[in-house]
Design a protein around this ligand. Structure first.
Ligand code: URA
Length: 238
């Protein structure tokens, strides 16, 4: 809402009332525009420029919902602030003038795709087990876990008394003493990928999340971010 809008429409957009009710409120002399009481219907205002008050209280539009994909570097904490003074992920989006919070978490030493948003509903949906949002990681693990171990991990292993949900795992590359694997899981248990590979005796050396659903990091560099559009958001649930 950047251009001029009718006052009653603006009041409705800001959640004061329905548009028709807003007309009544205006007629009752309860609304001021930049300090002047307005009772006529034709009045237009410029959001962000005119100060609109209703019953003495500032009327403001709801925060724009915003979704950002960050490529978290290692060493950044997935919190809003850190008592130990370590760098926090929200400092990577300082140019965005909204209070954003991370959706889920990545360990301090894990890098890669992390969503930040101010949309609590979408954040809950992504994390809710019912929606089974896939998260894909590239993990460099110690040694060479054979097919049998990988199939066990895919089927589910017991971690802290509870079986892990089915996963999809493939080998990207065998190195001399390590293996680079791709793993897709839809649970979000704490340190889950690391615990899964610990279970089969091939601890994770480094971990990078490369996608939520079919929303991939792509060319986004370490520490960079991009604002997501509705097409990007749909990919999260594919
Ligand atoms: N699994 C882990 O072990 N660590 C993460 O940061 C994410 C998933």
């Amino acid at each position: 809402m950047k251009e001029q809008v009718r006052l009653q429409k603006y009041l409705a957009h800001c959640g004061i009332s329905s548009r028709r009710k807003a007309e009544e409120i205006i007629k009752q002399g309860r609304v001021t525009v930049s300090g002047v009481v307005v009772t006529s219907m034709g009045e237009k205002i410029t959001p962000g420029k005119d100060t609109v008050m209703c019953d003495g209280r500032l009327v403001s539009p709801p925060d724009e919902l915003i979704y950002v994909l960050v490529n978290k570097p290692k060493g950044y904490v997935t919190t809003l602030s850190d008592p130990q003074g370590r760098p926090v992920v929200t400092s990577l989006v300082r140019d965005i003038d909204q209070r954003l919070f991370p959706v889920g978490r990545l360990d301090l030493d894990t890098e890669g795709a992390l969503l930040l948003t101010n949309d609590g509903e979408l954040a809950q949906k992504i994390q809710h087990p019912r929606f089974q949002t896939n998260k894909t990681y590239e993990a460099l693990v110690q040694g060479h876990p054979g097919q049998a171990k990988l199939r066990d991990l895919e089927k589910g292993v017991e971690i802290e008394g509870k079986m892990t949900a089915p996963a999809v795992i493939s080998v990207i590359k065998h190195l001399q003493r390590q293996t680079l694997v791709k793993i897709t899981i839809h649970e979000g248990r704490k340190r889950q990928v690391k615990k899964m590979f610990d279970f089969v005796g091939n601890p994770v050396i480094s971990l990078k999340r490369i996608a939520y659903g079919k929303l991939y990091l792509g060319k986004l560099g370490t520490g960079e971010h991009k604002i997501l559009n509705s097409r990007d958001l749909k990919k999260i649930f594919l």
